[in-house]
Ligand binder design. Sequence first.
Ligand SMILES: [Zn+2]
Length: 223
Amino acid sequence: MNITEVRHQSWAGLLNIFYICLNCDHVASQGLLLGYQCKICGHSGVRMFYSVVISSLIDSIQDFYFISNKRKTKEDTAAITIQTNPQTVIPLLFCTLADVILEDFLRTLMRKQGLSQPVADRLLSDHLTGKRRRECLFPVLTGCKWKAALETLSSPLEPNFNSTFDFYLEVNKARNQFLHDGVPWAIKTTHPQGCINHIWPLLKLFVSLHNKFVCVLHPSGNL
Ligand SMILES: [Zn+2]
């Protein structure tokens, strides 16, 4: 499905479809129409895995995508400014999405490991950037380097996580050049569509990381 063809239905409602088992913490995408049953422990109690912030960011990306589309079809009455230009806003939102997902993952992992919230807050503030969180904090908490973790999660059944992460790095670099050095052209014209294409793999990546490092009852868990 090409998500950009969907205009009148929430993209978050279509993409953010992951549930966490309240018994064993395993996360999976599963329809709830006939009731939920955890594939690992059989428990039926679940809640949405990703926070409402994630859904809001995805729907914001959708809103800005169609601001762009409106402009092309001359139906638009919204002013396109530097603050509302989808060319820049969609990559900014995508990077925020990746940052929030990473922090949520690390917070859940630290809670599972019995670290108190003040300690978790301190560790996150000591590792303020995404790069430090991936390259320094993640290995301390998991015993595994970030890139090695991506390799172990690679599977023909999954999206190409390395490709998604490399794309994120490219867009994040352009974002930083734009925000910190005022270089708007650092963001390529292909970036907004790429961001939209990589939302689903990004969500899947952090579900896989959660199931490997947080879900202790999962067969591939290592805690
Ligand atoms: Zn379960």
